[in-house]
Design a protein around this ligand. Structure first.
Ligand SMILES: C[S@@+](CC[C@H](N)C(=O)[O-])C[C@H]1O[C@@H](n2cnc3c(N)ncnc32)[C@H](O)[C@@H]1O
Length: 165
């Protein structure tokens, strides 16, 4: 009997971990994949993130970009919808404010620099519409891996694409 309980718990845990990688897609975002820390550092340097600016990672995963941004900037915020990744990001990026929630419902009007590693096309377009509607002009958007359609590229390097609103 106890063996059945143990196996059931393992099955449920494994099923949750697999589902957690993909279910954010139901909330309009991308599945999980981390940005390498070296790339995150390079992206922030390319975007010239400054100490007094407000930085967001929308869909911050386990906090790779938050950790690197915290080395340069005093106002680092991340939003993550999946509770385990949110918890890991909170523990790793101690200086950042890590919010559990849906990025599409987060007020980002104070943002100066926004990092996204989501998906090309419909998902990025929806995020960019939100950014343009809520932030001041000249807000910097860093998109890792996926270029953003219909925006003028300011800089790019190693799959890092930088835009201004
Ligand atoms: C490709 S990963 C990028 C993680 C992190 N930004 C990085 O670069 O390492 C995308 C992340 O966005 C999160 N996500 C997807 N849709 C979201 C939503 N609507 N609100 C908040 N987070 C979301 C996923 O759970 C996942 O952790």
């Amino acid at each position: 009997m106890s063996m059945i309980v143990i196996i059931s718990v393992i099955v449920v845990v494994v099923a949750y971990i697999i589902a957690s990688l993909y279910y954010p897609m139901l909330a309009g975002g991308a599945a999980y994949g981390p940005t390498p820390r070296k790339i995150a550092a390079e992206a922030l340097k390319l975007a010239d993130l400054k100490k007094d600016e407000v930085f967001y990672d929308l869909g911050c995963g386990t906090g790779e970009a938050l950790i690197e941004a915290s080395k340069l900037c005093d106002h680092v915020k991340g939003v993550e919808i999946e509770p385990i990744r949110w918890c890991i990001a909170k523990l790793r990026a101690r200086k950042a404010r890590v919010i559990l929630g849906n990025l599409f419902k987060q007020n980002i009007s104070d943002a100066d620099v926004i990092f996204i590693f989501q998906y090309q096309g419909r998902i990025n377009n929806r995020i960019v519409m939100k950014i343009k509607a809520e932030t001041r002009s000249e807000t910097t958007i860093i998109s890792y891996y996926h270029p953003i359609e219909n925006m003028k590229l300011v800089k790019s390097q190693n799959e890092i694409f930088i835009y201004k609103t």
